[in-house]
Design a protein around this ligand. Structure first.
Ligand code: AMP
Length: 286
């Protein structure tokens, strides 16, 4: 595993690989690596000769009252995990390397951004689109893997790549969960024991909705109201959104569901923001 923290180091390694005509898959992360991230690395390996992982807590995607400074940073432990996965390169730039003092150009999405996390976290997806644009330009990967835990992010990056003609194929990875169903997340370590015991109720609610959907309950409003009823009973959970939106372009569905879609949930358990989703797939597509 090669390590690069400066653009010079990165460029030297990539130049050598390009001469060898090796295909490259990128897994962008903010570190504090867990089995969700490692699952994306395994997918990356299936697609390309070489795998690069980036670790960068991207300041432009955090709001002023969010957890940029307390976000977990576990670089040495991350290196150990990456070494075990036998990846080829880890790029872990310092903030100044990516955003110099003269930095002034951002990339933003104008449509998919307007709902879900984009509506609750202004500038979040602008930060995400900007850092992904930078990483695609710097690393020039053939593939990039994104988790469906952040489904809206995956769709926005897919759109970015189409709209701006990046020559990279975006590959989604399934949501990885803890033994009790809680979606694995770097932020789960913020949860108190009590909150950690309550957190799986989010996935339990999503599973209940999927079971009803699979039993032919296709009324979106009804499913949302049943889910909200469960979620608002979780002690200390303040719901941000619970919505059903189409898989292809995140259109809000509020009548009879006649296309593949997902139920999306976000909220704060105490001070910790948790997000999750479940795919609702019509039988004929399963
Ligand atoms: P993050 O470090 O949280 O920015 O996440 C980096 C990548 O890992 C993103 O593509 C996330 O969607 C993905 N990811 C995070 N948690 C999970 C999970 N539980 N299952 C699958 N992918 C995940």
């Amino acid at each position: 595993m090669q390590k690069a923290s400066t653009l010079d180091e990165l460029h030297k390694i990539l130049k050598n690989w390009r001469i060898q005509k090796k295909s490259l898959a990128l897994v962008p992360t903010m570190g504090a690596l867990h089995k969700g991230h490692l699952s994306l690395i395994k997918i990356a390996k299936q697609h390309a000769d070489l795998v690069a992982v980036t670790i960068f807590v991207n300041p432009t995607q955090f709001g002023p009252n969010e957890d940029l400074h307390s976000y977990p940073r576990t670089l040495e432990q991350d290196f150990k995990l990456l070494q075990q996965e036998s990846i080829d390169l880890v790029f872990y730039p310092h903030e100044n390397e990516i955003y110099g003092p003269q930095f002034q150009t951002f990339v933003s999405n104008k449509k998919l951004n307007n709902c879900l996390c984009g509506a609750s976290r202004p500038n979040f997806f602008q930060g995400v689109c900007t850092i992904c644009t930078k990483l695609f330009n710097l690393v020039k990967p053939d593939f990039a893997v994104f988790g469906k835990k952040d489904y809206q992010q995956f769709k926005i990056i897919e759109q970015l790549v189409n709209d701006l003609h990046f020559d990279v194929k975006i590959i989604p990875g399934p949501i990885i969960r803890e033994h009790d169903g809680l979606a694995t997340s770097s932020r789960n370590r913020y949860l108190s024991n009590e909150e950690r015991n309550l957190a799986p109720k989010i996935y339990q609610t999503l599973t209940m909705i999927k079971n009803l959907f699979d039993d032919n309950q296709r009324n979106a409003n009804k499913l949302v109201s049943l889910a909200k009823n469960e979620l608002t009973q979780i002690t200390g959970f303040s719901l941000d959104y619970c919505e059903i939106r189409s898989s292809n372009n995140l259109t809000l569905l509020d009548e009879t569901i006649n296309q593949d879609c997902l139920m999306f949930v976000a909220g704060y358990l105490g001070k910790t923001r948790l997000i999750d989703n479940i795919e609702l797939t019509l039988k004929e597509h399963r």
